[in-house]
Design a protein around this ligand. Sequence first.
Ligand SMILES: Cc1ncc(COP(=O)(O)O)c(C=O)c1O
Length: 340
Amino acid sequence: MDLGFHGDLEVGSGLVDLAVNVRRAPMPPWLAEPIAASLADLAAYPDPAPATAAVAARHARPAGEVLLTAGAAQGFVLLAQALRGARRAVVVHPQFTEPEAALRQAGHEVTRVVLPEASGFALDPALVPDDADLVFVGNPTNPTSVLHPAEAVAALARPGRVLVVDEAFADTTGEVESLAERRDLPGLVVVRSLTKTWGLAGLRIGYLLGPADLLARLAAVQPLWAVATPALAAAAACASPVAVAAEREIAAALAADRDHLVAALRDVPGVRVEGRPASSFVLVRISGGGRVRQALRDLGYAVRRGDTFPGLGADWLRIAVRDTAVTDGFVSALRKTMEA
Ligand SMILES: Cc1ncc(COP(=O)(O)O)c(C=O)c1O
């Protein structure tokens, strides 16, 4: 199984991209302007202090509880490298594959806890072994689009364990089950990304929230000046009240577009959508998914294969939520492939 496969590898040669979960919209001026202005300061080494303070204020935490990273992806590497002493690392699947890849790269043996399809991939905290001292879970989860109740995730925290909650897509849900502001849970590290909603995948910006002593250990293995000045400008801008209000509006519009996609998919014979997808993508089960994915490519649409996610297989496809016009074009192509 290729843990290093990502949606961007599906895209290319003029295909309509329903594989990558990055929102593509013009940058608002409150974001574009500080990024552009930062280019005047590129001779200076980056200073993360102002952006760190802004992110800390957003999440009502002291600055020592924030570590800015070159995307959420760097956060997984820091965790895996700094916590090499962990005895039992557990990854709750199906989920984004980079946490497991980073753990393996750092020499950890990884125990997989695979949430069953029969339960709609719902999190059952009892499935995580008691002796796990490093646990990774996603909320909302990529690729299932399941949003776990905050209390179910919080139930995994305990003294002697580092609990890593990947909230790269929390803003797409309006933050309703986020643990970003929970300072009372022992060993909790929340991973956030600014690359999805704000279309900044190429800029590389994200952050970790957690206990100051633990973040200091992670910072110690981070390369010097890991986050570039334009990325710091973006982090500060995205922490402002204006940005948070915009995130809520985007999440509401996304919910309407998602409802449209889910209703259209449920109308196609042979396509199954489980439960209530909560994020910017929808997971579907289609018998012969491998063939359907290829046929969709022939009709000009790229979707994300499911077979590289532990716990899924070739019959699973992940589809990004786009505007209703793109969705309608896609669903009519899907109908054609299902009738073929
Ligand atoms: C669930 C999840 N977490 C984290 C990431 C990495 O995000 P970033 O671009 O901030 O490194 C991704 C990217 O696809 C993701 O899907």
